[in-house]
Design a protein around this ligand. Structure first.
Ligand code: PLP
Length: 380
């Protein structure tokens, strides 16, 4: 046989290699008879990552896609023209833009409500087909009562669907499906990755019909998570619980510290009621004192341990200004409606020693104060 032909068909039998972890199945095709068929449909690394998330969230089914945004757009395919979609007012900026874009193109009726208020839950229209919200919300970390929304909305329309973006609570601290949601969704790019080096999204449900439909959409739209990302995410999940417990402790500590600083007007932290939410991670927000709002760049320039990248939920700390970052795609009017201004700062706390983080934050906050004094004395 020609050596090129022989080399092309050269394969070892890896089945008896007995690797101690599932190897990377970096292939698009499987042989006839394989249950995986084609990676756009399924792949062992994707299936294993899905099984890990479904186990943690106590869900029957998981569907892994390329990003958190892909997870949301996959779920939106469950809607038909004319359907009413209700979304919470406080929500990630790109999610809101996606809802607006899809609603305009597919002729959904899009309604925005502040679902963190019980009175507004009652204002969800009778024929609502889908309700989407984050809890805790990005930004402001407000709580939406999942059980109350499910009871109200399903009472009005039993066919309605409740989707909870569970990214910030994580499966360790909140189980939306057990509280009446039909779909729980995650940006796996955040805590599941935990290292700012891989993107992904996951949809979870207990309903076989929804699972079937979401998987079909993923198959035909081609939004399946790639095997290498699935492999990396699965590996990150081995330290997930440990990272989350540490994040929880550090954030609670830094929240208390920030509240004592004169440059900080308000600290946002979610309500851990022990029932809906049993713990929390590392994302906190605070308002700078009014006269410091224009000195955010001085703050970040003086931080040594906080990276200004767009990432969040990473092992190293990050700082961002939602007004110019995560919510940059919204218009000034939409941001004003959300109560979002330049005073708001977002911290994603990493696994550094909390005393080092406090020292770094104190220095940077003091540097802003110094700059204000300098500016005032120059203008006097
Ligand atoms: N949902 C929330 C709450 C987010 O904060 C983000 C991104 O920041 C997304 C969804 C989108 O996730 P991804 O960036 O993985 O597409």
């Amino acid at each position: 046989m020609n050596r090129t032909t022989k080399a092309l068909h050269c394969r070892i039998n890896a089945a008896d290699a007995r690797s101690s972890v599932t190897p990377l199945y970096q292939c698009s095709a499987f042989q006839a008879g394989s249950p995986y068929f084609y990676t756009r449909k399924n792949n062992p690394n994707i299936a294993e990552f899905e099984a890990v998330i479904a186990t943690l969230e106590d869900a029957r089914y998981a569907v892994a896609v390329t990003t958190g945004m892909a997870a949301l757009s996959t779920a939106l395919q469950l809607l038909s023209p004319g359907d009413t979609l209700v979304v919470n007012k406080d929500i990630y900026g790109c999610s809101y833009k996606l809802f607006q874009r899809v609603a305009a193109r597919m002729q959904f009726v899009l309604k925005t409500l502040d679902l963190s208020s019980r009175a507004n839950i009652g204002a969800v229209p009778e024929r609502t087909r889908m309700v989407i919200f984050e809890t805790p919300t990005n930004p402001f970390l407000k709580t939406v009562d999942i059980a109350a929304v499910a009871e109200e909305v399903k009472g009005k329309n039993p066919d309605s669907l409740i989707l909870v973006d569970n990214t910030w609570a994580t499966p360790l601290f909140q189980h939306p499906l057990a509280l009446g949601a039909d779909i729980s969704m995650h940006s796996a790019t955040k805590y599941f990755s935990g290292h700012s080096d891989v993107m992904g999204g996951v949809l979870l449900t207990d309903r076989a019909d929804l699972h079937e439909e979401l998987r079909s959409t993923r198959f035909y739209h081609g939004t399946v998570l790639d095997p290498h990302s699935a492999w990396l995410l699965r590996r990150s999940m081995q330290t997930f619980a440990m990272r989350m417990k540490h994040h929880h402790e550090v954030a609670a500590d830094i929240k208390g510290f920030l509240a004592t600083r004169p440059q900080v007007a308000h600290v946002y932290y979610p309500a851990i009621d022990g029932c809906q939410l049993t713990g929390y991670g590392s994302l906190i927000f605070f308002d700078l004192r009014e006269d410091l709002a224009d000195y955010y760049d001085v703050f970040t320039a003086n931080l040594k341990l906080f990276d200004t990248g767009t990432g969040m939920a990473c092992v190293t700390s990050m700082v961002a200004q939602p007004y110019t970052g995560s919510h940059a795609s919204m218009t000034p009017e939409e941001k004003a409606e959300m109560g979002l201004d330049r005073k708001l700062v977002r911290l994603s706390l990493g696994l550094e020693d909390p005393d080092d983080l406090k020292e770094d934050l104190a220095n940077a906050l003091d540097a802003m104060e110094g700059k204000v004094v300098q500016t005032l004395s120059r203008s006097a």
